[in-house]
Design a protein. Sequence first.
Lengths: 138, 505
Amino acid sequence: MADALVVERLAQLALFADLRWPELEAVAHTFEEEVFAEGQRAVRQGISGSAFYIVLEGEATVVVDGAERARLGRGDFFGEISALTGDVPTADIRAETMLRCLMLPGPQLEAFLLEHPVVMLRMLHAEARRVRDANRWR
Amino acid sequence: MSDTVSSRPFPPGQYPLVVVGSGPGGLQTSYFLRRLGIEHAVVSADDGPGGMFRRFPLFERLISWTHPSADVPRGSRWFEAHDQNSLVAEEEELGALVLDELGEDHRRPARDEMAAGLAAFAERAQVPVRYGCRWESTRREEDALVLVTSEGEYRCTAAIFAIGMTEPWVPPIPGLELDMHYVHVSSAPDRYRDRRVVIVGKRNSAFEVGEAIVRNGLRELTLVSPRPPDLARLARSPLRPWYLTPYDEHVRGAPGRYVLNASVDRVERRGDEYLLHALDPTRPEALVVEVDDVVVATGFRAPLQDLPELGLATVLDGRLPALTPYWESVTVPGIFFAGNVTQAAQGLRKHGVASVSGMVCGFRYNARILARHVAETVFGVAPDRPRLEPESVVSHLVRELDGAPELAMQKGYLARVLHAEPRQGVRDEGILPLEVFVDGADDGVAVTLEFDAEETIHPVVYLRQAGVLRETSLPPHPLRRYDDPVYRDALAQLVDPLLRPLGSI
């Protein structure tokens, strides 16, 4: 059973902005919570079997071959590409502070998105922005 | 001080280390600390050993196995995978003690058999505990931790809390009361006869109590919680064959057997009955279930007392401490945890597979690693790291994959780790959390057993050379026989570049 606080936190995340209360509570029960110490890695470049994460609290960096590429904070998500494609992650996600995340095992992500198309659409918007920004940098 | 009191071990005072708890986690940790020569006190609020098994499970036998028949010596390390319930020891006569207590025709212990096995371990391994000494609060003073107990203060450099998840946890839903919790469910055979019962929750304790009261002739049973039972996960869950009558009957449409995937909005009292209002996201209106009894089986929390006020970070709504890979608080150095509260240290969780650190068969190995880690990092007592000749590495790794109980139980979580470097040669680091090797910097090799995304068990090799880590999953074997030329050859090929520079050592 999830605390009302967790559901409240979910309601504030853009990814879940279209969900109603009972749906949010079901989501809170579907995801698990993981906390990483500062310096610990949530996702490891080149290591298979990782999961999909949404940041609830704290900051993380995206590190590729030892070089920092981006910073992540509350409401950001990561791990979805390897979870959906089955490929190994192409970056480390390293906690820069204590990092509290919601976690969904990779094999469950596709079914979750099919059950919650409004979340899938929100995710697609975010991915579209990432692609746009990546193209801008070229 | 009376004779009775003075004859008890560990009076309040100053100790290098204090272990709190006398359940399987506390006993196992203390045993390994003593083997390493680390002086410590053990205190427990209980009046005897056993921890949660002095009370739980309430109705059913445990869901973990103890198989009496095996082709390896009873009590040996190789027997441990046959017996998930006993504590482990270096001495064969101290292993597999639950087996002595198990009634005939059973492969799973009842609560009292489990408690007796733990008591036998405490006695035969001579694990002294100051019983009846309740830890109440904690403070930090300069470099010391001070544990305030019902009998006085204990000052120490570090503390290990093996306090179990034993405090009933009830979600903050209007109308749910603490006295409805699983721990208060009556075991009187007629208590639920001809009654309508709703159980809030769908995890172990919910199915356990459901199974028990179904047998005792209740009229209607409804299980409700937001998350649907995860059938894929149930397929590899020890719950599947033993607790699932209520779910099975619901699926097959038995009258009066319902499993709802809905949020509980509130519970109201109306005369002699309760009205449970459940919100199912797929329906426009609330479902109202009229029942005679409400059982809240939403699990437990660790009795962390005032540790959060010391800055201890938690997960799961404050129910468990957030831990490093060596089971130390992520926010308060010097505070470690053992036993089933180590389950928040999740490891790599590849493909979502969790550790079994919530069960004796998992945390008994965590306890050995924790004792070594605390001995080395807090007290400067370096554990034995035997040197291996390069030509014996492959045989060693194959033997571990084939029979190491730590790898068989804690799949994807614990690994056999060897470090290799030109000046030192190959050193056996022992069994460690896989995450420690993967996130470390030392060149070497780690082997483990893992479930893949399709839940097939594979040996997996992690090899780091010149700082570059490579993961190789080896093919599964239908009889899980890894002492096979296929694995020997594959391992030899993988470790060759790592060992070749060490050949002359």
